[in-house]
Design a binder for this molecule. Structure first.
Ligand SMILES: [Zn+2]
Length: 301
């Protein structure tokens, strides 16, 4: 999702944690039980689901609170490959969830793109794992002074081989940013799409981070590249795991949004009118409306 929103979320969570720590100090002086309750709420375990014999998803949130991304967990005989790693403050919960799945260590993390709800765990993961990201996405992390910029990049494609298994990161073009990849697990016919496919409360819609190279015009063809991998299991950046039909429906929705918005811009409709149409016809949420100025600028060209 958009970087600004991530920064908002991080700031909000930091404030919450500060408030909690004050609450902890007060309650510890008054009643020890309060401290236990506070500690428990901070350590709520993450939910995860098995998708294949060796593949799990640690489910992110897509309800706007914190808005962490989905993590794919692939287990091999020599260790674990993760796709994305949520926010920095989620690191211990992510590690705990992986440990419930397997005692083996995380050896690789592949980031789908640079946003903090997908790369926030990198800085801590780097102590024990190799971390990869598309070259444009790394540049965005450096420009935004984000911690945990991966030391390994690629432009079009990279494969990680571990324990006799392959995971492939494939760049098929611009969309949410200009540094999103589809991560493909051939033997499971599974993909993790990052925010090339992301939903809020079950509805997928495009979010363009125009400051970081997004393009609604390019997005359908980018998703065609993911469809060509012929996946059976489709893990979106946010929202429920789906299948190839779900990905195709999402691709067609992005194309419909593009066509409708392009027509409205051509008809010189106002930003307000375009926004209202997007909400009534495509169920746009506030996060989808945020890049409306950039969208209009892109479609005017
Ligand atoms: Zn994102």
């Amino acid at each position: 999702m958009a970087l600004l929103r991530h920064l908002d979320a991080v700031a909000r969570r930091a404030t919450t944690l500060r408030r909690r720590s004050i609450a902890v100090r007060l309650s510890a002086a008054v009643l020890a039980l309060c401290w236990v309750w506070t500690a428990y709420t901070q350590m709520a375990p993450l939910s995860y689901k098995q998708l294949k014999e060796d593949l799990w998803v640690i489910e992110g949130t897509s309800n706007g609170s914190g808005d962490a991304g989905n993590i794919a967990v692939l287990v091999t005989s020599e260790g674990v490959i993760l796709v994305d790693d949520r926010f920095a403050q989620d690191f211990s919960e992510v590690t705990a969830a992986v440990r419930k799945i397997t005692p083996l260590p995380v050896k690789y993390v592949i980031n789908t793109h640079h946003h903090g709800d997908h790369t926030g765990g990198n800085a801590q993961m780097l102590a024990g794992a190799r971390v990869l990201i598309q070259a444009n996405a790394r540049r965005h992390m450096i420009q935004a002074d984000m911690p945990g910029a991966p030391p390994i990049t690629f432009t079009q494609e990279a494969s990680v081989f571990l324990g006799g298994k392959e995971v492939r990161a494939v760049y098929t073009g611009r969309g949410h940013t200009d540094g999103d990849v589809t991560v493909y697990i051939p033997h499971d016919r599974a993909v993790h799409l990052g925010d090339l496919m992301a939903g809020t409360n079950g509805v997928t819609n495009p979010v363009m981070d125009y400051a970081n190279g997004a393009s609604l015009k390019a997005w359908p063809a980018t998703l065609d590249g993911a469809l060509q991998l012929d996946p059976e299991i489709v893990i979106p950046g946010h929202g429920a795991v789906t299948d190839k039909a779900g990905l195709l429906a999402h691709r067609n929705k992005i194309a419909a949004v593009l066509q409708r918005a392009a027509n409205l811009v051509r008809e010189n409709k106002s930003k307000d009118e375009i926004g209202k149409t997007m909400v009534s016809e495509f169920d746009f949420k506030p996060i989808n409306l945020r890049p409306l100025d950039g969208l209009m600028a892109e479609l005017k060209n």
